[in-house]
Design a protein around this ligand. Structure first.
Ligand code: ARG
Length: 256
């Protein structure tokens, strides 16, 4: 009787093990083929929503294209900019494609690909506003907005608020640049600091204009979780195969 029970037990155990192994291998296979891109879709022409609520833009087409060529299924998630790195670290997303500047601070938290785009900051105001700046620091005399966690916000913090020249109250941080520009148009703030190519895109579609360029010499990179070298190498290979090709030029012409 004892032997029989043991036999039964071990057959059950083998069965359970087999089912577990099968179930897990199924999961892994599915996960391995899917890559989730995280972005903050408020940053035309790099990432934004079309009229039907689809997330489109230069970064999205570029990153999707590279990943799909590698055989991955791709999903794009819209997340506020300052939650992108935490989402990557906790595995909610696999890649950040968000016109994210490669900075020393961020390098400590994620792995960046090679750079794919260069940009400076700029100051955006309402068309015909009488804001008068002899140099960028004069912005301390006005109310200013930027997206939380961006290099634009960091520039305001370091150069205007940080050294005590501008009252912290005069600086508003927004979840998205869409909201910052809306507040600018509604005249709740007087200026927005943001990446120049994006300011140009807003200026082309709305009653706003760039009055100053702030030379910061930033480079955008895609980001993956620290140590995810397989995906990093695939993305770097994809970028170097794409940059400078006909396909790349078409992408640039479509969005810029
Ligand atoms: N390049 C700037 C930064 O890295 C701004 C990026 C904002 N991106 C966005 N999708 N809203 O901080």
């Amino acid at each position: 009787m004892k032997i029989k029970t043991n036999k039964l037990m071990s057959s059950i155990l083998v069965f359970v093990l087999a089912v577990t192994v099968l179930a897990f291998s199924g999961c892994v296979e599915e996960d391995e083929n899917k890559v989730i891109i995280g972005t903050s879709a408020d940053f035309p022409p790099f990432e934004y929503m079309d009229d039907d609520g689809n997330i489109i833009g230069f970064d999205i087409d570029m990153t999707k294209g590279i990943l799909e060529d590698l055989g991955y299924t791709v999903e794009v998630k819209d997340i506020t900019f300052d939650s992108l790195i935490p989402s990557l670290q906790t595995g909610k997303i696999d890649v950040i494609a968000a016109a994210m500047t490669i900075t020393a601070d961020r390098e400590e938290q994620v792995d960046f690909t090679d750079p794919y785009y260069e940009a400076d900051q700029s100051i955006l105001v309402v068309e015909g506003s009488n804001i008068d700046l002899e140099n960028t620091i004069d912005l301390q005399n006005y109310t200013v907005g930027a997206q939380t966690g961006t290099t634009g916000a960091a520039w305001v913090e370091e150069n205007l608020v940080g050294n005590g020249t501008m009252s912290a109250q005069n600086f508003s941080r927004y979840d998205t640049y869409t909201l910052a520009v809306l507040d600018l148009i509604n005249e709740n703030i007087e200026a927005v600091v943001l990446d120049k190519p994006v300011a140009e895109a807003f200026a082309a579609n709305k009653e706003v204009e760039i009055i100053e360029t702030i030379i910061t010499g930033e480079s955008y990179g895609l980001a993956v979780q620290e140590g995810n070298t397989d995906l990093l190498e695939e993305l770097n290979q994809g970028l170097s195969d794409l940059i400078g090709t006909e396909e790349w030029n078409t992408l640039v012409e479509t969005y810029f």
